[in-house]
Design a binder for this molecule. Structure first.
Ligand code: ADP
Ligand code: MG
Length: 355
C-alpha cells in the first residue's frame, strides 16, 4: 500500500535490488539462510546486505550501521534483534530501529491457511498497529525506591496518520469496516485521544463503517467470534496482544508475516516478532513466516512474478502437500519444508519462464 502513495527510494543497480538483511538472534539466522536459498532457486534479482548486531554490545554502532544501510536501500528484512546489554540505558534495538526510521505503521494480515489444523477457520483480519509510540515509549524510571513510573505517549499527529492509513487501506483493498481497539474508559487522555482522532477521521470516510471496542472485550470476542472483525486499528501494545491472539487461533507464531512502513522505508519480518531462542539450531523452526515476509518484500519491490511463484510454492507445501513442522502438528524439519518449496519454485519458474 505505502508504495502506491509515497515514493520510496530503492537501491537498484543493473536491474537488481539491494536489500538490507538483519538476521537478529535465535532462529533469525537460519530463517534468513532459507530465504536466500529459495531466492537463489527462484532466480530472484535481489542482493542482500547483511548486518549483524551484537546483542551483548553496549555500543549502538552496529545498529547505526543497520539504520544507515536501510536508509540507503529503502527496504529491509529482519529477524528479532536482541538487546542483552546489562546497561539499562541501552534501549530495545527493535524499538529504536522502528523509531529512527519513523516506521509508524505495522500491518499484519491474519488469514487462515487451508490445510492447517487451527482453532478457528476462515479468518481474514487486517491489524493496523501504531508502531512507534504508545506503551513502547520506553520512558520508565523509579521515582522513589519501590515506585516505578512508565509513560505512555500518544500524539494526535501519529494517531491521525495511522487512522488515515487504516481507512485508505480499506478503500484500496475493498475492506468495509475499521474497529478501533482501545482502553479509553481507563486511560481517558491517552487512549481517549487515539479513539477521538479515529472517530474524527472516520467521518471523512462515510463509505467505510467504523466502530470501537475495549481491548479486554476484543480479546474475548476474538476467541469467541473472530469473524466479526475486518480491519483493526490499535495502539502499539494492544496491537501486539491482538496479533498474538489471532496468530494463536490461526496456527501459531511460525506462519504470518508483518510489514512495517513509514513515509520512506519498509521493513518486513515475521508477524509476531519472536526470537525463538529455545528452538534455534534444531532444524524445527517453521520457515513460513519469514518466507512470507520475503514475499511481501518482493511485492513491495515490484517483483510480482517472483513473489507469485514463491507464494504459490509456499501455499502448495502447506495446504496440498501438508509438509508441516512440529509447531503445526507435523513431523517435518525446517529443511524438509524449504526443500519442498524449492521443488515447487523450480517447477513453477519453468512454467512461467521467469528464470
Ligand atoms: P520471544 O521473542 O518473546 O522470546 P519466543 O521466542 O519465546 O518469543 O516465541 C514464542 C513461542 O513461539 C515459542 O514457543 C516459540 O518456540 C514459538 N515460535 C516462534 N517462532 C517460531 C517459528 N518460526 N517456528 C516455530 N515456533 C516458533
Ligand atoms: Mg522467548
Amino acid at each position: 500500500f505505502a508504495k502506491k502513495v509515497t515514493p520510496i527510494p530503492k537501491a537498484k543497480y543493473g536491474g537488481r535490488h539491494a536489500v538490507t538483511m538483519l538476521p537478529g538472534g535465535g532462529i533469525g539466522p537460519e530463517l534468513m539462510g532459507y530465504v536466500k536459498e529459495v531466492f537463489r532457486y527462484g532466480g530472484v534479482p535481489v542482493d542482500f546486505e547483511t548486518v549483524q548486531i551484537d546483542p551483548k554490545s553496549d555500543s549502538n554502532e552496529d545498529l547505526e550501521y543497520a539504520i544507515t544501510s536501510i536508509r540507503r536501500n529503502g527496504v529491509a528484512i529482519k529477524g528479532n534483534i536482541e538487546t542483552k546489554s546489562l546497561d539499562t540505558d541501552v534501549i530495545s534495538r527493535n524499538v529504536a530501529l522502528r523509531n529512527e526510521l519513523d516506521l509508524f505503521v505495522n500491518v499484519v494480515h491474519c488469514q487462515s491457511c487451508p490445510g492447517i489444523k487451527a482453532r478457528q477457520k476462515d479468518i481474514d483480519i487486517i491489524i493496523i498497529r501504531q508502531n512507534t509510540e504508545g506503551e513502547y515509549a520506553m520512558l520508565e524510571h523509579e521515582s522513589v525506591h519501590g515506585v516505578v513510573e512508565s509513560m505512555k505517549v500518544v500524539t494526535e499527529e501519529n494517531s491521525e496518520r495511522l487512522a488515515r492509513y487504516a481507512f485508505d487501506y480499506c478503500r484500496l483493498h475493498g475492506r468495509k469496516k475499521v474497529t478501533t481497539v482501545h482502553k479509553a474508559n481507563i486511560m481517558k487522555l491517552s487512549d481517549g485521544l487515539f479513539l477521538e482522532v479515529s472517530k474524527r477521521v472516520a467521518k471523512e470516510y462515510p463509505d467505510i463503517q467504523h466502530d470501537a471496542m475495549i481491548i479486554d472485550n476484543t480479546c474475548m470476542q476474538l476467541v469467541a467470534n473472530p469473524h466479526q472483525f475486518d480491519v483493526m486499528l490499535t495502539t502499539n501494545l494492544y496491537g501486539s496482544i491482538v496479533s498474538n491472539v489471532i496468530c494463536g487461533l490461526l496456527g501459531g507464531a511460525g506462519l504470518l508475516s508483518g510489514r512495517n512502513y513509514g513515509d520512506h522505508y519498509a521493513v518486513f519480518e515475521p508477524g509476531t516478532r519472536n526470537t525463538g531462542t529455545a528452538i534455534a539450531g534444531k532444524n524445527i523452526a517453521n520457515p513460513i513466516a519469514m518466507l512470507n515476509a520475503s514475499v511481501d518484500m518482493l511485492e513491495h519491490l515490484g517483483h510480482d512474478s517472483h513473489a507469485e511463484v514463491i507464494r504459490t510454492a509456499i501455499n502448495k507445501t502447506i495446504s496440498e502437500d501438508h509438509i508441516h513442522t512440529p509447531d503445526l502438528g507435523g513431523q517435518a524439519t525446517s529443511i524438509d519444508v524449504v526443500q519442498n518449496i524449492i521443488k515447487h519454485v523450480q517447477a513453477l519458474s519453468k512454467k512461467c519462464q521467469i528464470v
